[in-house]
Design a protein around this ligand. Structure first.
Ligand SMILES: *[C@@H]1O[C@H](CO)[C@@H](O)[C@H](O)[C@H]1NC(C)=O
Ligand SMILES: *[C@@H]1O[C@H](CO)[C@@H](O)[C@H](O)[C@H]1NC(C)=O
Length: 313
C-alpha cells in the first residue's frame, strides 16, 4: 500500500473510532450530520432532527434548528425596531392593518450579519430551495392575547404574486419558549385527529393540528401542492399567547427569485436577457412593450436596452 493512501486510511479510520463508543442513537445522529457549503458559510444540517408532521398540508418540524445564542441574537436585532404587523389587502395588495393580526414585527436585511447569513444558508440546505427565492427574515413579537388568525401565506392579489410568484413554502422559527398558548395551528390538517390532546394545549390549538413554540425549533410547511396549485389545507394561524411572550422568525420562500422581482419593482435598471440589445435595435421595445419594457406593476426584461429607467435609479 502506498504510504499516503495508508495514512489517509488511518486518519479516516481514527476519525470513525470515537463514534463506535457512542450509543446507537448517538452514532446515528452524529454520523448523518451533513455539512453543505453554500456560498460564504457552511450550513450544518441534520436530517435526523426532522419529523414529518402532516402530508396534507406538507409540514415538517426540525428540533433545535437554531441554537439559543442564535435565537437571542435575532431577537436582539429586532427588539427596538418593531412596528404593528400588517396584512396584504386582497385587492390592492397594499399593506393594511387588521384585527386578524395583532403582533408587532420588523424585517431584517438579507445576510445582514454572519448569524443571519448562516441561518439563511441553513434554510436553503434544509428546504432545497434557493436563497434567492426567499424574502428577508421577518421577526415577530406576540404579547399577551396577541395572535394571527388562520390565513394562507399565498396571495390573492396580482401585485404580490408578481413579486417572485406565490409563496411556495414558509419556515417558521421559534425564538422563545411560550408558557401557554402561542401554538401554530393548522385547522384543516389531516393530522388533527391524531395529535395527543393531553398536556396544556390552549383551546385554540385544539381546533386543528398544533405545534408548540419551543425555542430553537423550526416548522416548514408548503402552501403549494407539488403541481404548483395552491393548497387550502395550508391554512394556519398563531394562537393567542396566554402566558409569557412569543418571539418568532419567518422566512417566506417564493416560486421564483424574490430578489430579482423586488429589484425590478424598485425600478432597478437591468437587462434580464443577453439578447436585449439586439432585440431593442430591431424595434422590439415598441412592438413588444409588455415583455421588453413592462407594465405599471412590473418591470420588463430589457429596461436598460429600451432606455426606460427612471433617472433616479
Ligand atoms: C382574502 O380573501 C380570503 C378568501 O376570500 C379571505 O379568507 C381572507 O380573509 C381575505 N383577507 C383579507 C385580508 O381580507
Ligand atoms: C394538483 O394537486 C392537488 C393535490 O394533489 C389536486 O387536488 C389537484 O387536483 C391538482 N390540480 C391540477 C390542476 O393538477
Amino acid at each position: 500500500m502506498d504510504s499516503r493512501v495508508f495514512l489517509a486510511f488511518c486518519i479516516c479510520f481514527l476519525s470513525l473510532v470515537p463514534d463506535l463508543a457512542h450509543s446507537a442513537t448517538d452514532k446515528q445522529t452524529q454520523g448523518s450530520v451533513l455539512r453543505l457549503t453554500t456560498g460564504v458559510s457552511s450550513a450544518p444540517f441534520d436530517p435526523t432532527r426532522v419529523t414529518q408532521i402532516s402530508w396534507r398540508p406538507r409540514a415538517f418540524l426540525y428540533k433545535g434548528f437554531l441554537s439559543d445564542e442564535e435565537c437571542d441574537h435575532l431577537i436582539h436585532l429586532a427588539k427596538d425596531k418593531l412596528e404593528k404587523s400588517m396584512v396584504a389587502d386582497n385587492n390592492s395588495g397594499k399593506s393594511i392593518e387588521s384585527e386578524v393580526r395583532t403582533s408587532s414585527g420588523m424585517f431584517l436585511r438579507k445576510a445582514q450579519d454572519e448569524v443571519v447569513a448562516s441561518v439563511e444558508a441553513r434554510i436553503g440546505a434544509w428546504t432545497f430551495l434557493p436563497e434567492d427565492n426567499g424574502e428577508a427574515i421577518q421577526i415577530l413579537h406576540y404579547e399577551h392575547g396577541q395572535k394571527y388568525e388562520p390565513h394562507f401565506d399565498y396571495f390573492y392579489d396580482k401585485i404580490n404574486q408578481e413579486l417572485g410568484g406565490h409563496r411556495v413554502a414558509t419556515v417558521l422559527m421559534y425564538l422563545s419558549d411560550v408558557k401557554r398558548g402561542g401554538e401554530t395551528v393548522f385547522p384543516n390538517s389531516e393530522a388533527k385527529d391524531t395529535q395527543p390532546q393531553d398536556g396544556d394545549w390552549s383551546d385554540c390549538a385544539k381546533n386543528g393540528y398544533a405545534v408548540k413554540p419551543n425555542k430553537g425549533d423550526a416548522l416548514l410547511f408548503f402552501s403549494l401542492h407539488p403541481n404548483a396549485t395552491t393548497d387550502p389545507l395550508s391554512l394556519h394561524g398563531s394562537c393567542p399567547v396566554i402566558e409569557g411572550e412569543k418571539w418568532s422568525a419567518t422566512k417566506w420562500i417564493h416560486v421564483r427569485s424574490f430578489e430579482k422581482a423586488a429589484r425590478k419593482a424598485n425600478g432597478d435598471c437591468s437587462d434580464e436577457n443577453e439578447n436585449c440589445a439586439l432585440w431593442a435595435a430591431a424595434g422590439e421595445c415598441e412592438s413588444n412593450p409588455n415583455y421588453m419594457v413592462g407594465s405599471k406593476n412590473m418591470g420588463g426584461f430589457c429596461r436598460k436596452s429600451c432606455k426606460v429607467c427612471s433617472s433616479s435609479s
